[in-house]
Ligand binder design. Structure first.
Ligand code: HPA
Length: 274
């Protein structure tokens, strides 16, 4: 429940992580992207070691938190994430992000794998998320508001910070990495979508579809963090793709694009922290 006990649990988790450092920037690495960002002087803990943290179950998700430096700047890297489809409650899904807020993180960078809906997208494309459509069927802020973290009715107009997006485009340009922009639609999963659902989502204005990220963005915005999100298109969405979708394909494309994503993040994160 969202009550005093939740705040107390979050404080205990944040105090535990504070022993590893007090970064102002955190990045969450999604499916197949967990190995892209080694840090200097890295101190890492498994999710299972952090008091109050739920434990991850999905294949391809490691579930560790590392704090170290990148380009001279302290950063936190979360390798692997918690998904609603795994059975976690919405509150559990956003527990890590809220912990980072209490730790003092002000900028949250999220990465994920997605299916491409918009015309012209191809597997392997990196896309900056400009906005989202929440089709998860829940909002993680439901329940008594955690007033210490943020307001009851948070504004979502600039959920994906325009200033941070401009910095990301600049870094990508300098590195010669193509970075597109699009609207991400989140579904509950764990099924991939039907072709009819993808046609409907396209009509709604979605460019990308995936099963994560939106809960963390909502919790981060509630807590006043600035957010940037980068999606790796691992496949064309159902009905656009010629054949059936597979998790192995998603992981494989993610792994293939991980190097470029790692280069981009290594360039970008120190700039965001400045
Ligand atoms: N649909 C939903 N989630 C995804 C997809 C997809 O096509 N690809 C990677 N994650």
């Amino acid at each position: 429940m969202s009550d005093g006990r939740t705040m107390e649990k979050l404080r205990v988790a944040a105090d535990f992580l504070r022993k590893l450092g007090e970064p102002r920037v955190a990045v969450v690495l999604g499916s197949g992207l967990g190995d892209v960002l080694p840090l200097e002087g890295e101190r890492a803990v498994a999710f299972t070691e952090v008091p109050g943290f739920p434990t991850p179950t999905a294949p391809g998700h490691k579930g560790e938190i590392a704090i170290g430096t990148l380009g001279g700047v302290d950063v936190l890297v979360q390798r692997g994430r918690l998904h609603y489809y795994e059975g976690y409650s919405p509150e559990e899904v956003v527990f890590p992000v809220r912990t980072y807020a209490l730790l003092g993180v002000r900028i949250l960078v999220l990465t994920n794998a997605s299916g491409g809906i918009a015309e012209g997208l191809a597997p392997g494309d990196l896309v900056l998320i400009r906005d989202h459509i929440n089709m998860l069927g829940f909002n993680p802020l439901r329940g008594p508001n955690l007033d210490e973290l943020g307001p009851r009715f948070p504004d979502m107009t600039h959920a994906y910070d325009p200033g941070l997006r401009a910095i990301a485009h600049e870094a990508a340009r300098e590195l010669g990495i193509e970075l597109r922009e699009g609207v991400y639609l989140a579904t509950m999963g764990p099924t991939y979508e039907t072709p009819a659902e993808i046609r409907a989502f396209r009509a709604l204005g979605a460019d990308l579809v995936g099963m994560s990220t939106v809960p963390e963005v909502i919790a981060a915005r509630h807590a006043g963090m600035r957010v940037l999100a980068i999606s790796c298109v691992t496949n064309l969405a159902a009905g656009i793709a010629r054949g059936p979708l597979s998790h192995e394909e998603v992981l494989e494309i993610g792994r293939r694009r991980a190097a470029d994503l790692g280069r981009l993040l290594a360039e970008l994160l120190p700039r965001l922290a400045r």
